[in-house]
Ligand binder design. Structure first.
Ligand code: HGY
Ligand code: MN
Ligand code: MN
Length: 406
């Protein structure tokens, strides 16, 4: 069994880094000093667990245990959304380290190397483009994507170099030796709570398509411009946003979110001349995502024409939905049953690094119950008891797929 006290203590310790003491939220964005502090702490934990620690060219932190050719990789991420919670990503990395430390302390003979990866920039908060580390490891990262910039116009490549990293050639980041990838993650939804279960096995992962819509009208005097001759970018964007919402009413599993909105010049007495907003589209099926994308484009263009403004849509990021490996799902279910818990299968509406790694290896995810389904919020919470159950399920699964058969 894993050392529950140590895991929970580390979770608390890591959660102090990047903490906004007013809101309780955590802000750890890529290639920043907060992230570096978190990397240093996680590196320390990995070494205490008996692992060799390496950082690859894009900044994935990889702890390795054992010297077998074939690798079972565990992992998740330690970066956050703005004012994020303490469990999203961090729990998966720390539980994985705890599993390895327990294997090490109990001198368990292994026939596979076990690695733990803290993937670089899963959330995409700083550059509006995420899953960077897992794209790189799966050979999906494209050179031009490293030219995406943050609000200060710093490109990913530049930020990586300033952080002491050399991302190119990207080919050297690709991994071919991973035989299985397992990720423990909070559910971030309400299903396990409704089923009154501490853990669940993920069957598939919905993928995000992120679009940015820029609406251009004319900034004019709010008092001197009659309503019927305005080119108001904000009222046009508002109608577009509600039309986007309508696109999802008819779809069962798809979800759509407008999360960011910028109004320029943003003056009380100025008709907005330019509005930029983002759309986050999710579904488990790639074809459905494309259908919705076309519908959204049609709506945006029709409304722009009718309101005498122009609209441009650019893709910020796209990923492929992924199915979890059947036999790894069954192994998780068997390990759950050993704890006397009913195995339960569910889809992940949230995106995860596992969906990229699925391009390079069989993957599976273990979900931990989220209180009230809240996540991407300082109120994000999973109980100590559920966390320990999940970490022990992960330990047993790793033992089953990596431990030497006597
Ligand atoms: O957006 C997501 O689904 C994940 O939290 N990055
Ligand atoms: Mn997240
Ligand atoms: Mn996450």
């Amino acid at each position: 069994m894993i050392n529950a006290k140590r895991l929970l203590q580390r979770l608390d310790e890591l959660s102090q880094i990047g903490r906004n003491h007013e809101t309780g939220g955590i802000n750890r964005f890529s290639f920043t000093k907060e992230e570096q502090q978190a990397i240093d702490l996680v590196t320390e934990y990995m070494k205490e667990a008996g692992m060799q620690v390496n950082v690859d060219g894009i900044g994935n932190i990889v702890g390795s245990y054992g010297d077998a050719q074939e690798t079972v990789m565990l992992g998740s991420h330690i970066d956050t959304v703005p004012d994020g919670g303490k469990f999203d990503g961090a729990l998966g990395v720390l539980a994985a380290i705890e599993v390895v430390q327990t294997l090490h302390e109990q001198q368990v003979p292994l026939h596979k190397k076990v690695e733990v990866t803290a993937f670089k920039d899963e959330e995409g908060t700083r550059f509006g483009f995420g899953l960077i580390g897992s794209r790189a490891m799966a050979g999906l990262l494209k050179p031009e994507q490293l030219q995406k910039t943050d609000a200060a116009n710093i490109a990913i490549e530049e930020a990586a170099r300033q952080f002491g990293l050399s991302p190119f050639p990207l080919e050297k980041l690709k991994r071919e030796d991973i035989k299985a990838y397992l990720e423990l993650h909070i559910e971030q939804g309400k299903v396990l709570e409704k089923e009154d279960l501490p853990v669940g096995v993920v069957t598939g992962i919905a993928a995000p398509l992120w679009l940015e819509v820029t609406v251009n009208g004319i900034s004019e005097h709010a008092g001197a411009t009659p309503m019927h001759i305005r080119h108001d970018a904000l009222t046009a964007a508002s109608e577009m946003i509600l039309a986007v919402e309508q696109c999802f009413q008819k779809k069962d599993d798809s979800v759509g979110t407008v999360g960011k909105l910028q109004v320029e010049p943003n003056g009380v007495n100025v008709i907005p001349g330019k509005v930029t907003f983002t759309i986050d589209i999710r579904d488990i099926d790639e074809h459905t995502i494309r259908e919705i994308e076309q519908e959204v484009e049609q709506q945006v263009n029709d409304i722009a024409a009718r309101r005498h403004v122009t609209a441009a849509i650019v893709e910020l990021q796209r990923a492929k939905p992924a199915k979890a490996d059947e036999s790894l799902q069954q192994q998780f279910a068997a390990s759950i049953e050993k704890q006397g818990i009913r195995p339960y299968a569910l889809v992940s509406g949230a995106g995860h690094d596992a969906m990229n790694i699925a391009a390079a290896a069989p993957v599976a995810m273990l979900f931990v119950r989220s209180k009230d389904g809240i996540s991407h919020n300082p109120l994000e919470y999973s109980s100590d008891e559920d966390i320990v159950i999940a970490a022990n399920v992960l330990y047993d699964t790793v033992l089953e797929i990596s431990g030497k058969k006597d």
